[in-house]
Design a protein around this ligand. Structure first.
Ligand code: CP
Ligand code: NVA
Length: 308
């Protein structure tokens, strides 16, 4: 069966753990090498990934391209506006054509139904590079970063501050699969997807909600936030005003566990969801987190292509 990675649950907890172990091993094996040098075993030699972008991206674009180079393969990067997809060719037909020419497809799009449609008609793996609903590749990198900072995933206490967006939905999915606790501090009307919350709780994760940012971070080993207004959202004054109490500043970090790790998927809006003092502090893991997109996605690609 074709292995699509539309969400972490497509792989399951055991496969997520296997991918994280593989990523740690591969990262260590090439420490200090030039970044374009392929891994010694070139496990995806001869393989090509097609990437489709319907939204802006820096990290996802570069990390997948570099991932394919380091695995011994290559990538084709396309903006949907330059494709026939951008002038009406159907998602289904695009899936059928690309499946005849490349070995895997990564897409960043808006409506999650589009990636489901693409996967339904593709005969090669489809990987979610962000939709309005979820961002599972980001969370693979986040889990890797948490482990590198010395924390086991089961029983981890993690706090999320701000908007209940695509990144939070995938983090909640991870809490269920890897059995950790998330306390969400955010305003009414900006909650994450109820389906993700219900599934995570049913799978053994703990997801709690509070309107009080201090209560959210109390005892948290990891504090996570993201932009208050995601790509494609209208935003506006009321939205920003609702988010303002949830800014991660030095006082809020001090209310978390001693030496709590700060994480953010980036891009950051400095002075909004996080202060310069926090994102540039020794507690901030954001640059490791960004680098880990590369290492985690190499393992996602290997899993999707049946190597893990
Ligand atoms: N975090 C993340 O997905 O970054 P980009 O939007 O730059 O890809
Ligand atoms: N929640 C953000 C993530 C960007 C990587 C967005 O969707 O814009």
């Amino acid at each position: 069966m074709t292995r699509h990675f539309l969400g972490l649950a497509d792989a399951g907890g055991d496969a997520v753990a296997a991918m994280l172990n593989d990523a740690l091993d591969r990262k260590a094996a090439r420490a200090a090498w030039p970044k374009g040098r392929p891994d010694a075993d070139k496990p995806l030699a001869g393989h090509v990934l097609a990437m489709i972008f319907e939204k802006n991206s820096t990290r996802t674009r570069v990390s997948f391209d570099m991932a394919m180079r380091q695995l011994g393969g290559s990538a084709i990067v396309m903006e949907s506006g330059g494709m026939q997809l951008g002038r009406g060719e159907t998602v289904a037909d695009t899936a059928r054509v690309l499946s005849r020419m490349v070995d895997a497809i990564m897409i960043r799009t808006d409506d999650h139904a589009k990636i489901e449609e693409l996967a339904h008609h593709a005969t090669v793996p489809v990987i979610n590079g962000l939709t309005d609903l979820s961002h599972p590749c980001q969370i693979m990198a986040d889990l890797l970063t948490v482990i590198e900072r010395g924390h086991a995933l089961p029983g981890l206490q993690l706090a999320w501050l701000g908007d209940g967006n695509n990144v939070l939905n995938s983090l909640i999915e991870a809490a269920g699969l890897m059995k950790f606790t998330i306390r969400v501090g955010g305003p009414e009307g900006y909650e994450p997807d109820a389906g993700f919350v219900a599934r995570a709780r049913a799978a053994g994760g703990e997801v709690r909600f509070t309107r009080d940012p201090r209560e959210a971070v109390a005892g948290a080993q990891v504090v996570v936030t993201d932009t208050w207004v995601s790509m494609g959202q209208a935003g506006g004054e009321a939205h920003i005003a609702a988010m303002a109490p949830y800014q991660v500043d030095g006082a809020l970090m001090a209310a978390a566990a001693p030496d709590a790790v700060f994480m953010h998927c980036l891009p950051a809006h400095r002075g909004e969801e996080v202060t310069d003092a926090v994102i540039d502090s020794a507690q901030s893991a954001v640059w490791d987190e960004a680098e880990n997109r590369l290492h985690a996605q190499k393992s996602v690609l290997r899993w999707a292509l049946g190597q893990l």
